[in-house]
Design a protein around this ligand. Structure first.
Ligand SMILES: C[S@@+](CC[C@H](N)C(=O)[O-])C[C@H]1O[C@@H](n2cnc3c(N)ncnc32)[C@H](O)[C@@H]1O
Length: 285
């Protein structure tokens, strides 16, 4: 019977799709709309072959019982697109408007939540060190992601030229190139200075805390893949872990403007950022 099933007979039925997306949603907050059914089918099809399963219905049942397979499916279904100096205008706002506010304390802790392969936290670290406003030994940048493969790549810290495709004037103006050493094969390796301040950890935003208080959270292009309930849970999790007066920066297509969350909306260098109120309601300086 098994051998009579060609690859194409194993379609992702609507019932199996709904079961799989429910399980992925419970685990990671991810949300797949109905028009993503073929994408999910394409990404998970090889797992049926690997596991010797006859149908996606069998795979859906397997996912509910097998934590290892659930992690594998999550790896395959997440979008890990990222590159260095992505979202330049927000990075300029970080450098010009946010970093200076932490200079008097000479200490800052930044969290890149959903950091993928690490280009974002290394970029933030390069901007921080390059600003010269905070002593390097008092700069901490955490990068976390639900993908173990991405975290392994981030720890390795060697990137192909496509990771450096942002070539705007502002990116060049930041003059951070020397933190990413050019190799003869065209790749770049992050410098020891960046490695010293960046720390990576595998973590699910739905259930994991990172220790200590965070001054600035960058969570860009992550919430867009989640449903409303999970987005709110993640954002409230940030709020709890942020220091008073701390900043949350989301991706351009992600907004809290319609959500009932306790952040204050601020505009810095024409960019919208979210701020946790100071305990006394005052400014951070
Ligand atoms: C599109 S990448 C964004 C990378 C980077 N922030 C940027 O803007 O370039 C989204 C990342 O979020 C991660 N992610 C999705 N759901 C997550 C969750 N529940 N917990 C932690 N990371 C998650 C994915 O694994 C993926 O690497």
């Amino acid at each position: 019977m098994n051998s009579l099933l060609s690859r194409d007979d194993r379609r992702l039925t609507l019932t199996a799709f709904e079961a799989i997306r429910r399980t992925l949603n419970r685990h990671a907050g991810l949300w797949f709309s109905l028009d993503m059914r073929t994408t999910v089918e394409r990404r998970l099809r090889e797992r049926l072959t690997f596991l010797g399963l006859e149908s996606f219905d069998d795979y859906a049942s397997r996912l509910e019982q097998d934590q290892g397979e659930l992690e594998e499916a999550t790896e395959l279904c997440t979008v890990n697109e990222t590159y260095a100096f992505r979202g330049m205008r927000q990075l300029v706002a970080f450098r010009e408007g946010i970093i200076p506010r932490f200079a008097p304390k000479d200490r800052i802790t930044v969290w890149s939540a959903g950091c993928s392969s690490g280009e974002e936290p290394y970029t933030l670290a390069a901007i921080l060190l390059g600003s010269g406003k905070i002593s390097p030994e008092r700069v901490k940048v955490f990068g976390t992601d639900i993908s173990r493969r991405c975290i392994a790549l981030a720890r390795r810290g060697i990137y192909s030229p496509s990771s450096f495709r942002e070539d705007s004037d502002e990116a060049n103006h930041l003059n951070c190139e020397h933190y990413f050493n050019q190799n003869i094969d065209g790749t770049r390796t992050v410098s020891a200075e960046l490695r010293n301040v960046c720390h990576f950890k595998h973590a699910n935003l739905l259930d994991t805390a990172i220790g200590g208080f965070i001054d600035v959270v960058f969570c860009r292009n992550v919430l867009i893949h989640m449903d409303e309930r999970s987005r709110k849970r993640v954002v409230l999790g940030f709020f709890e872990r942020m220091s008073p007066g701390g900043y949350l920066i989301l991706g351009h297509s992600e907004s809290l403007l319609n959500e009932s969350v306790p952040f204050i909306v601020e505009e810095i260098c024409d960019e919208i950022v979210y701020r946790k109120p100071e305990i006394n309601g005052g400014g951070s300086q």
